[in-house]
Ligand binder design. Structure first.
Ligand SMILES: O=C[C@H](O)COP(=O)(O)O
Length: 236
């Protein structure tokens, strides 16, 4: 059964998030679709959504704290209000745009692991590393596992090559299979692919060896498209 996740990034409002989640939820329920579906809205759009058991709403980010003085951040006090127990950690935009170091990412991972959160942990290499070949790419990716308990029971991994994110350039099937099979040899966890996944390539990508689903940004932000993505992958 495919795992399909939508990362809203900095898109949608409280109102459109609510409409999106309710529409997706209704579709899953009415069509008895059993795929594991995740939606990560902005933190301002989190709420107590009433969803079927295979639709989970998670946080794109939170600080490694219950509460405190961390201006602009949220902690578990705020997540608990909406019963959010799922979080994305290590996304490339947080690493490369917001400057999160591996040490900070690992600290966050361990904090949320201790609390039993479901963690979708992202890894992936920038273009200059990819251009140095598979060996260097894997070396770079393995560095992103430093300080991370890859045996954690509530862990899903997401391989997202930075050069493929939001660029419209999807990794080739060979690129994906090479990296996924190498990671799978070391770590026995569900592994999603992310990076310019679209309505018309999601089925092919999710059918590749070692791919357990997709983490999707741009192509998932229109609810009808996200439903089509779910439809296209429901039998995998
Ligand atoms: O979290 C999602 C990924 O960053 C992929 O984004 P994208 O589908 O817009 O390339």
């Amino acid at each position: 059964m495919a795992i399909i996740a939508s990362n809203f990034k900095t898109n949608h409002t409280r109102q459109t998030t609510k409409e999106f989640i309710q529409t997706v939820n209704k579709h899953l329920e009415e069509n008895s679709i059993l795929s594991e579906v995740y939606i990560f809205p902005t933190s301002t759009s989190l709420d107590n959504f009433n969803t079927v058991s295979n639709l989970t709403v998670g946080a794109q980010n939170a600080y490694a704290t219950n509460k405190g003085s961390f201006t602009g951040e949220i902690g578990t006090l705020q997540l608990d209000e909406f019963n959010i127990k799922t979080i994305l950690i290590g996304h490339s935009e947080r690493r490369h745009i917001l400057g999160e170091t591996q040490e900070q990412v690992a600290q966050k991972f361990n904090f949320y692991k201790e609390l039993g959160y479901k963690i979708i942990y992202c890894i992936g290499e920038p273009l200059e590393v990819k251009e140095q070949g598979l060996e260097k790419t894997l070396e770079y990716i393995y560095e992103q596992f430093v300080g991370i308990d890859t045996n954690y029971e509530n862990l899903i991994l997401a391989y997202e090559p930075v050069w493929a994110i939001g660029t419209g350039v999807t990794a080739t099937n060979d690129d994906i299979v090479n990296v996924h099979s190498a990671i799978k040899e070391k770590i026995s966890k569900p592994l999603l692919y992310g990076g310019s996944v679209k309505v018309n390539n999601v089925k092919e990508i999710c059918s590749l060896n070692g791919v357990d689903g997709a983490l999707i940004g741009t192509a998932s932000w229109i609810k009808e498209d996200f439903i089509e993505i779910i439809e296209n992958t429901k039998d995998i």
